[in-house]
Design a protein around this ligand. Structure first.
Ligand code: G3P
Length: 497
């Protein structure tokens, strides 16, 4: 049977999706399933890794059924995932020993503080490109080994495996045949030396994590293994692409040249700039990370991580109940010409790039008797754009590259008001592509390249098509005034503790 499709599995923070792509990189079918968010204590976020696995199986079945596509027609599977989220499981039973600890979870702040007090910040930074923060996997693995009864002994005997969600899914889909990850995911663990391309013994010793738990690190595009027949409609389909979701989006946006950047507006907001084969060290609070490993070489990116973006719009909807649907925010924001000096700083779980302030909490400034819901909603939307501006300023300072345009994707890019304001405040054109599912598309491309479904990056770049470009309309004086107000608001937020 002709292999007409590539299946992409996009395992995100709030839902799992299966998307079938055809040769033109167009979407044939999408299935999506949300799963439970577990909050055992304030600031902790966990997932049930078995529920994630079940949700992935369910969306795969649904997507194939909806499109009447048989597993025999799938050329390859690509996996992309919420990064850093940590699973530890027993290799004999296939059962996790604890919930998956999610990237957002702050339960390892104490471990991080201790490491920082011991003066390890530079060591970790110089080897991993990251900083010591509860965001990354390393301290989450340590927490599980320290807190789950019997886990450390089992890990030392070689009975436990660690993986980010990509690793967990490859292991499950292949019936336990392979324990692997790719460079992009490994680079988010705080245990991987991104310059020497190996798990770092010194860091593992500091974190007290046995090396035997760690997956083999592979390129982002190769046939790692095949699906276990009994779990995949009787077929052995090659699993041939893996990338963390933000790196996959960079690939799906065809940002292949150094200096090209994308911004994804999801739960948080993640801007990545391709820096080619050069790992650029940041002096401005950015992360140095691996974009992908492909064609025998590794390419790097600079990343700015904003923890709260789309979730601020969810907060307007579910928390404050000012809007009924996320899309209503655009309508409301447009009812006023400006926020009239209102600023919302959505530091609900602290602030990421460039501040890395885990103690900060959200704040609102500039309220008057005349402030309406429209001003409030507009200020919340604008906060996504201002946070992105903070990141871009760091990126330009670190890379020495002035951005010419920004490619965007993710749910909130449907909001034309936000996209226009983003372009205005950055002073850079913003480009929204036709296919907004660039994360899933990136993973599909990586898998498709490995099996010859697509030939090369050139073919992929030609598939990229623009839906709408937003050009700068704001004058310099207005931009400066607005952004200065934001900087003052952030400063005040951070000093109020
Ligand atoms: O680093 C966290 C990021 O990978 C999560 O992405 O889209 O699942 O919120 P998302």
């Amino acid at each position: 049977m002709e292999k007409k499709y590539v299946l992409s599995i996009d395992q995100g923070t709030t839902s799992s999706r299966a998307i079938l792509f055809d040769k033109k990189g167009e979407i044939v079918c999408i299935a999506q399933k949300e799963f439970q968010q577990i909050f055992p204590q304030a600031g902790w976020v966990e997932h049930d890794a078995m529920e994630i696995w079940a949700s992935v199986q369910s969306v795969i079945s649904e997507a194939l059924a909806k499109a009447s596509v048989s597993a025999k027609e799938i050329a390859a599977i690509g996996i992309t995932n919420q990064r850093e989220t940590t699973v530890v499981w027993d290799k004999h039973t296939g059962l996790p020993v604890y919930h998956a600890i999610v990237w957002q979870s702050r339960q390892t702040v104490d471990i991080c503080d201790e490491l920082k007090e011991k003066g390890y910040n530079d060591l970790f930074r110089n080897k991993t490109g990251l900083l010591i923060d509860a965001y990354f996997s390393g301290t989450k693995v340590k927490w599980i080994l320290d807190h789950v009864q019997g886990a450390r002994e089992k890990a030392e005997k070689g009975d436990l495996l660690f993986g980010t969600i990509d690793t967990w899914l490859v292991w499950k889909l292949s019936g336990g045949k392979r324990h692997v990850t790719d460079y992009s995911n490994a680079s988010r663990t705080l245990m991987y030396n991104i310059y020497e391309l190996k798990w770092d013994d010194e860091l593992l010793e500091i974190l007290t994590i046995p090396k035997s738990m760690l997956p083999e690190v592979c390129s982002s595009s190769e046939v790692y293994t095949v699906t276990e027949k009994s779990l995949f409609f009787g077929e052995e389909v090659p699993i041939a692409g893996i990338a963390g979701d933000q790196q996959a989006a960079l690939f799906g946006q065809a940002c292949f040249e150094p200096g090209m950047a994308k911004n994804t507006y999801g739960t948080g907001c993640f801007m990545l700039m391709n820096t080619g084969e050069k790992a650029v060290r940041s002096d401005h609070g950015l992360l140095t990370t691996i974009a992908w490993g492909l064609d025998g070489k590794v390419e790097y990116a600079l990343e700015g991580s904003i923890f709260v973006a789309g979730s601020a719009i969810q907060w307007l909807r579910d928390g404050l109940q000012i809007i009924k649907h996320a899309k209503d925010s655009e309508e409301l924001a447009k009812q006023v010409n400006s926020t009239d000096g209102v600023y919302v700083v959505p530091a609900f779980v602290g602030l990421g790039t460039p501040y890395w302030d885990s103690e900060a909490r959200g704040a609102v400034f500039g309220l008057t008797r005349g402030t309406t819901q429209a001003h409030f909603v507009r200020a919340t939307l604008e906060s996504l754009a201002y946070q992105t501006k903070d990141v871009l300023a760091s990126m330009e300072a670190d890379s020495g590259i002035k951005l010419k345009k920004l490619r965007v994707d993710g749910g909130a890019t449907a909001n034309n008001f936000l996209m226009q304001f983003q372009s205005d405040i950055l002073d850079v054109p913003v480009e929204r592509p036709v296919v907004l599912e660039t994360t899933a598309l990136g993973a599909a491309y990586l898998a498709g390249l490995a099996v010859g479904f697509w030939q090369d990056k050139q073919e992929i770049a030609e598939n990229w098509a623009i839906d709408q470009a937003f050009h700068v309309q704001m004058d310099d004086k207005t931009r400066e005034k607005l952004y200065n107000g934001w900087k003052k608001a952030v400063h005040a937020t951070r000093t109020f503790k």
